[in-house]
Ligand binder design. Structure first.
Ligand SMILES: Cc1ncc(COP(=O)(O)O)c(C=O)c1O
Length: 433
């Protein structure tokens, strides 16, 4: 090429949830076994059956001519009206403040990429990787983050947030993921109110990724941004990938709150809308289906059944890992993931499924491989289980994230047992002895 086509900051591009799959696929071939995929938050891919009534709803909308047309750039007005009536707050948000995207992934990128390069969004650590990668690609350097504290049920460190905002004028927004991927925590209202107060004090806006707002366990209630935001400008991000669940629909949206309170913030949202206009609109079908799915008489019981299953899985896993001094687990309060923190994680190898697998692992593991990536590779090569290393979520805490999605009770128990065997074999000396 007459000019270099590679951006200098392209090394910042990463999405470990899928990258680990590439390695897993090669190991499957070399070891001639079937991997248990514990890496991705897709209930359908994990074997959950899409109920017949959902297929019927989608089919009835496919049969309309409307589903073949473009929508308004902001999104189909019936879908936006549904979101406004059911998930938002009309005192802080209007129909025009709801914008649909092809998945929340697109919304995340549109919001981050349209900020001026020098401005920064403070993201949590660990975080859902799309946020961190979009933030760092937009800024052209590493993302900036605040810690979620495993010693405090993974709640955000509010003092750290305040200091990072106070001493860095370039921070214009604070991102909160609640309920949280990867940790499964659902934040206390007081914690969230403190974050809102920081945004207010330092004239920042808030981004709350609330895509898991329906996924909380028994007795736990999530506090939504619109309930506490007061006068502060903010964005709630939601979508249908997790709760319907229809991740393949690529359908998510933002609800913009208090846009009228700040002309500069309002101008920024108009730019986000203009960049969406260049693409005309998001895919029509999922938007016109959305109100019919959420409003279906079978939906509440169906959702409840799924949540109860995740809760059962979380209970079983927490009881299981309680016997392991090598790890720490905080019981999830929602979502469908479990983070297992690897305490004092050494670098080690495990007996591989065969010689080819060992040779491959020896090739990819080196001095620069973070400890928890090495554990994840060895777990794949020895037990045939694919999890995502926690440092892949932009975290300094070592560990891994598995899912609670497994449909088969026996296979879930077997997965835990095999992970347990790998942990025991990986640690040369039992912690605490
Ligand atoms: C916290 C969080 N935000 C956003 C997304 C992306 O959702 P979508 O499928 O709508 O792109 C995910 C997907 O796993 C997620 O966990």
């Amino acid at each position: 090429m007459r000019q270099n086509l590679l951006r200098a900051d392209s090394a910042l591009l990463s999405y470990p949830i899928r990258e680990v799959v590439e390695i897993g696929k090669q190991l499957e071939t070399l070891g001639e076994f079937n991997m248990i995929w514990e890496n991705i938050g897709d209930p359908v891919a994990a074997g959950e059956t899409v109920p017949g009534w959902m297929h019927d709803v989608v089919q009835s909308q496919v049969a309309t001519d409307q589903s073949f047309a473009y929508t308004e750039t902001r999104g189909a007005s019936a879908a936006r009206q549904y979101v406004l009536d059911h998930f938002s707050d009309k005192k802080k948000c209007t129909l025009n403040d709801i914008l649909f995207f092809n998945g929340l992934g697109e919304a995340i990128n549109k919001v981050m990429n349209n900020l001026p390069k020098e401005t920064r969004v403070l993201v949590p650590s660990p975080t859902y990787p799309s946020h961190a990668t979009a933030e760092s690609m937009h800024a052209g350097c590493s993302f900036i983050s605040y810690s979620l504290d495993p010693e405090n049920d993974w709640e955000p460190d509010v003092t750290e947030i305040e200091n990072k905002v106070k001493y860095n004028d370039n921070v214009v927004a604070i991102l909160v993921i609640n309920p949280n991927n990867p940790t499964g925590s659902v934040y206390k209202r007081e914690t969230l109110e403190k974050i809102v107060a920081i945004a207010k004090k330092y004239d920042c806006f808030l981004i709350f990724d609330e895509i898991y707002h329906h996924m909380t366990f028994d007795g736990v209630k999530t506090t939504l941004l619109h309930e506490i935001i007061d006068e502060v400008p903010g964005i709630s991000m939601k979508g249908i990938s997790k709760d319907i669940p229809w991740p393949g629909s690529r359908c998510g949206w933002i609800e913009v709150y208090n846009a009228e309170n700040d002309a500069n913030f309002k101008g920024f949202i108009e730019i986000v809308l203009l960049t969406k206009m260049l693409e005309v609109c998001s895919t029509t079908l999922p938007q016109i289906v959305l109100p019919h799915l959420y409003d279906h008489p079978n939906y509440p019981a169906y959702l409840q059944g799924r949540i109860e299953k995740y809760q059962r899985r979380a209970d079983e896993a927490c009881v299981f890992f309680a016997d392991f001094p090598e790890v720490r687990v905080n019981k999830p309060k929602g979502v469908f993931y479990l983070v297992v923190e690897l305490l004092a994680c050494p670098k080690n190898t495990l007996e591989s499924i065969n010689k080819e697998v060992r040779l491959f692992l020896d090739k990819i593991e080196n001095d620069n491989t973070p400890e928890d990536f090495q554990f994840a590779y060895e777990l794949m090569g020895s037990q045939g289980i694919c999890v995502v290393p926690l440092t892949g979520f932009g975290s300094t805490v070592r560990g891994f994230r598995m899912t609670l999605l497994q449909e088969d009770d026996a296979l879930f128990s077997e997965t835990l047992k095999r992970i347990g065997e790998a942990i025991k074999a990986y640690y040369p000396v039992e912690i605490g002895t």
